[in-house]
Design a protein around this ligand. Structure first.
Ligand SMILES: [Zn+2]
Length: 199
């Protein structure tokens, strides 16, 4: 976790200490005394289905430039997860979608992120890469570029989706993605999916 060196309210220097009544070390302002809490961020996105294919975007921005992802990004203040997923799909893939159901919530404790991925369908059969994408494409399930996916979260999501379709029943999945010790962020295959729940 990145350290916070300056108070987000008054800009003075912070010190790391355990606030009264707390049990974790936090950045505490040396001037106004306020505590800066760091909490996980929510990433929201869409698994867009069309003609038995799924929509992927090739990233034009770091990290994972040139690798494929579902359209997804950080939720903004003032929007819901569904609104965020719809917006990200519009921004990254130029696709207008209707969200159908939640598909997966995947926590990645190591990096403080939670992904929520919705199944969605195209309102019109049109899409085109936005400024953050090199290319957007519909992939049949046996064409998905598993060797050049951008993130573990997308690998897990697509694997669960394919397993569900093979089993003939789509579920909602919760799971925790734990990276194996000693692996870097670019090694998306070195993880375990723990606490996997489905309904
Ligand atoms: Zn302060």
């Amino acid at each position: 976790m990145k350290k916070v060196y300056f108070c987000q309210w008054c800009g003075s220097a912070t010190k790391q200490d355990i606030p009264d009544g707390d049990d974790k070390s936090r950045a505490i302002c040396t001037s106004c005394g306020k505590v800066t809490y760091q909490n996980p961020k929510m990433v929201t996105g869409c698994l867009v289905e069309h003609d038995d294919k799924v929509l992927l975007c090739k990233r034009k921005i770091p990290p994972s430039y040139g690798l494929w992802t579902l359209p997804a990004g950080y939720m903004e203040m003032g929007e819901s997860a569904v609104e965020g997923a719809t917006r990200e799909t519009w921004e990254e893939a130029g696709a207008e979608v209707e969200v159908m159901s939640p598909f997966a919530q995947l926590d990645i404790p190591l990096i403080g992120q939670t992904y929520i991925i919705f199944r969605a369908r195209l309102k019109t059969p049109q899409f085109s890469p936005g400024p953050e994408s090199i290319e957007c494409r519909l992939f049949a399930l046996d064409e998905i570029p598993f060797d050049s996916l951008a993130f573990s979260s997308m690998l897990v999501t697509l694997n669960l989706y394919i397993e569900d379709l093979k089993a003939g029943k789509l579920s909602f999945h919760y799971g925790t993605i734990n990276k194996r010790p000693g692996t870097g962020p670019s090694d998306i295959h070195s993880y375990t999916l723990d606490d996997h729940l489905r309904c």
